[in-house]
Design a protein around this ligand. Structure first.
Ligand SMILES: C[S@@+](CC[C@H](N)C(=O)[O-])C[C@H]1O[C@@H](n2cnc3c(N)ncnc32)[C@H](O)[C@@H]1O
Length: 288
């Protein structure tokens, strides 16, 4: 990320979720605050419908990873005793502002200080209220330790905690990623995490590689280059070595097929079929 500047990819991911609410009617991931937080109106999205078609694959993947994470999170709270939630690299994620989970777990939003400041201004502009359960923790993953940032704002390592870490791992160095995962795995109260990552581009088909290269150039030009890719078996081994004992790794293609199938009820015809490609993306749940 560029020093002192908010993340541009955070705006891009949030815009995909907003457009999904209009183009696919939120059939994969329903987020009633998605348009408001980016300051978009449904009519503006509809006017630009043709240009939205070309970004469909990445938009659906971003919607699907949020749905997967929030479903796992809900189960964590209802069935596995999760009492704290940490949204890592939160960007313009709106979970904290619409959460209705039983027992009011505390929610920590951790992000780069510049992005967090910008988000708080956007929330004010959009008139989105600050929930009582929400606590902000500014942290730069490359320079600060996650635990220092969390401890400074009252995090309790003895309570089982769920970490949502979406759209961040590809932009960090492997050292920062493994360090953060090690911290999560070492929490004495137990922890769960959902994050997404990409297969190495060397495993892509020529068609996917071409799409990936365009995307990689775009994010690099925004000052947020892709820095890390993982081979799934090697990553699973690393996670087990860090102390995670349960792992569920779903490819973007599998996840989208699952959700698109579910969305195709007799009344839900707004998610078009047509071979969603994951672009090598995976969504992974791991728990201690
Ligand atoms: C693509 S955005 C994803 C945002 C959000 N999780 C979502 O899915 O919409 C990447 C996020 O990672 C954060 N990030 C990138 N590098 C970071 C760093 N070194 N320290 C803290 N946060 C960082 C950015 O501020 C941004 O919020």
């Amino acid at each position: 990320m560029r020093e002192q500047e908010p993340s541009r990819t955070a705006l891009s991911a949030a815009t995909h979720r907003a457009i999904h609410q209009v183009v696919e009617k939120g059939k994969i991931f329903n987020d009633p605050l998605a348009l408001r937080i980016v300051g978009l109106k449904a009519e503006e999205v509809q006017k630009d419908y043709e240009s939205q078609r070309s970004r469909r694959d990445i938009r659906l993947f971003i919607a699907a990873r949020s749905r997967y994470a929030e479903a796992a999170l809900e189960l964590g709270v209802e069935q596995r005793g999760v009492r704290q939630i940490v949204i890592l690299g939160a960007g313009l994620d709106t979970f904290a502002y619409r959460s209705r989970l039983r027992g009011d777990p505390r929610i920590f939003e951790v992000d780069h200080p510049a992005t967090q400041l910008w988000k708080r201004r956007r929330l004010d502009q959009a008139g989105i209220a600050h929930p009582d359960a929400l606590i902000y923790a500014p942290v730069d993953f490359e320079h600060d330790t996650l635990l220092d940032g969390l401890n400074a704002v009252g995090f309790d390592a003895m309570q089982r905690t769920f970490f949502v870490w979406l759209g961040v791992v590809p932009y960090l160095t492997e050292k920062a990623i493994v360090g953060t995962l090690g911290t999560i795995a070492g929490l004495s109260g137990g922890a769960e995490v959902v994050f997404d990552y990409s297969d190495p581009p060397t495993s892509f088909s020529p068609e996917l590689l071409a799409i990936h290269e365009i995307r990689a150039k775009r994010v690099a030009a925004a000052g947020e280059p892709f820095l890390s890719y993982f081979d799934p078996p090697a990553l699973h081994e690393k996670l087990c070595g860090l102390g995670f004992s349960k792992i569920d790794d779903v490819s973007g293609r599998q996840l989208l097929s699952r959700y698109i199938e579910q969305a195709r009820s007799p009344t839900a015809s707004t998610v078009e079929s047509g071979g969603p490609r994951s672009g090598g993306g995976h969504v992974l749940f791991a728990a201690t």
